[in-house]
Design a protein around this ligand. Structure first.
Ligand code: URP
Ligand code: ZN
Ligand code: ZN
Length: 500
């Protein structure tokens, strides 16, 4: 085609950003959004391809910054089921164009750089979507802490996760302080899994002593107060290190939410994440007949209906900055790689403490929340795309629709009159897991097209996944740009222990 001005044009869409909802056309060239124009004005543009959105919503591609792929057994027995290939394939089919996965450093490994190199080897050339990494710090050795400047600089990995639970990963409070101090020096955002591991292990022993092994006791072993206590402690530790920014991940409990809200009201740089499992599942799902409740075992566990409401409220009022999937799938029944049923010759009766923690969700995150219709569409985009991009140093390349600046990462939804009437089944999904905890849910809309850097990678009606696993690129990230957090923190000067 001669005189082609654009690679692709989307016409007749209702475009939604975190700020606005308006009808306009979008022109794309060289992987970027280059022009927003009055609706219909580009319908005849000189473009290689024109997509008529037919009045459907057009949103930025999903940015899911909590995704576990190809990790060794760290959350109980068993290997997680998704590789970079299958997990990112699942992501684009659900409208997610960027993920941030984890580079896990086991306790036995003193080096973070080694863990990072190994993770690159697994992901490189195997990703359908763009991706970055968080360091998962299991061993804050002197070497690891020193490596953080290279990790956040040259390596472009500007966030890390630490755990207050899980035997394979839990670190002590003094170690948390050392990590926070180094993170502060290097403008690294620290994500914290807040549950009191020592107490929940004690609770587990108490339950087992009474022969209470069923999946539902996973919830009894981790009552909400253990999440609220650890959340409170994490906030206190952050304030001790001169208000180092932290993100409390996968919040499920209204008590923890209140503590976060209070700290935010006091001006502390405390950010919070929640996940669909805390909006759509409850502890009753862990009590499904047989051992089926294992399919919903994750940590923290799903709570009750009232808690779900508190979490929705926290999303609406801004307590939660981001809504991620915490995709961490384990097959229900996979004899070779470990399984949720966790029945072995050693343990002929399944025990909840053996169930690997985590559930799949990278593909269902956007459709479930979009279809629920409980968030304003601008808020939906804010917590699903824009805020994650800002929080993790990817904005404005990712997370918005800014001409000349943003990658053309776009989801086009079905318009009124063409909306699919979906009853979710695992067969529909593109992960490598043998179940979804959301089986049977009614879903009122689904990404019709997903575009990654201007290329259609998901076309639900014509071929499904049409992207390639070599197309996803590694994203070197900068420091968080959300709310000027690092400028505000650094205005206070360095941590000084003698100031207390
Ligand atoms: O149960 C969960 N959340 N599994 C994934 C690992 C984690 O702690 O995020
Ligand atoms: Zn966690
Ligand atoms: Zn996780």
């Amino acid at each position: 085609m001669e005189n082609v001005e654009y690679d692709l044009v989307i016409t007749n869409g209702i475009c939604v950003t975190a700020a606005d909802i308006a009808s306009y056309d979008i022109a794309i060239k060289d992987e970027k959004i280059v022009l927003l124009a009055p609706s219909g004005s580009l319908a005849q543009a000189a473009a290689r391809k024109i997509i008529d959105a037919e009045g459907g919503y057009v949103t930025p591609g999903g940015v899911d910054c909590h995704v576990h792929l190809e990790e060794p057994p760290l959350f109980g027995k068993g290997y997680s089921s998704d590789t970079y290939e299958t997990g990112t394939r699942s992501a684009i089919a659900g409208g997610c164009t960027t993920i941030v996965g984890f580079a896990p450093q086991p306790k036995t490994e003193p080096s973070l750089l080694k863990a990072l190199k190994d993770t690159h080897a697994r992901a490189s050339g195997n990703s359908f979507c763009d991706y970055g990494f968080h360091m998962l710090v299991g061993n804050p050795s002197e070497q690891a802490l020193e490596e953080l400047s290279t990790i956040s600089g040259d390596e472009g990995v500007t966030s890390l996760k630490i755990y207050m639970t899980y035997t394979a990963l839990q670190i002590r409070d003094d170690q948390i302080l050392s990590v926070l101090l180094k993170a502060r020096e290097n403008r690294i955002l620290t994500m914290i899994h807040c549950e009191n591991g020592d107490v929940l292990n004690w609770m587990t022993d108490q339950l087992e002593a009474k022969n209470l092994f069923d999946p539902k006791y996973h919830s009894h072993s981790r009552p909400p107060i253990l999440e609220a206590e650890a959340t409170n402690r994490a906030i206190a530790l952050s304030s001790l290190i001169s208000h180092t920014p932290i993100l409390i991940v996968h919040v499920s409990d209204p008590g923890a939410t209140l503590r976060i809200r209070k700290a935010q009201t006091n001006g502390q740089p405390i950010f919070a994440e929640t996940c669909p499992q805390y909006l759509f599942l409850t502890r009753d799902d862990l009590a499904a007949p047989g051992f089926e409740g294992a399919k919903c075992v994750c940590s923290p566990p799903p709570r009750d209906k009232e808690s779900q409401e508190a979490i929705w409220t926290g999303l609406r009022n801004g307590t939660f900055t981001v809504l991620s999937s915490d995709h961490c799938p384990f097959n229900y029944d996979d004899a070779e790689r470990g399984k949720k049923t966790c029945i072995t010759p050693e343990y002929p009766v399944g025990r909840f403490k053996q169930i690997p923690n985590g559930i799949p969700g990278v593909e269902t995150r956007l459709p479930l929340v979009f279809s629920a219709g409980r968030l304003a569409l601008t808020k939906f985009v804010e917590v699903m795309s824009t805020n994650p991009a800002k929080l993790y140093g990817l904005y404005p390349k990712k997370g918005s629709l800014i001409p000349g600046v943003s990658d053309a990462d776009i989801v086009i939804w079905y318009p009124e009159g063409k909306k699919p009437n979906i009853t979710l089944t695992n067969e529909m999904l593109h992960h490598a897991n043998d179940y979804t905890p959301f089986e049977g849910r009614k879903i009122g809309n689904w990404p019709r097209y997903t575009l990654l850097r201007g290329k259609v990678v998901w076309d639900r009606d014509n071929g499904g996944v049409v992207g390639e696993k070599s197309y996803g690129q590694f994203l070197k990230r900068g420091a968080s740009t959300l709310d000027r957090i690092w400028e505000t923190v650094e205005e206070q000067g360095p941590f000084d222990v003698a100031s207390f």
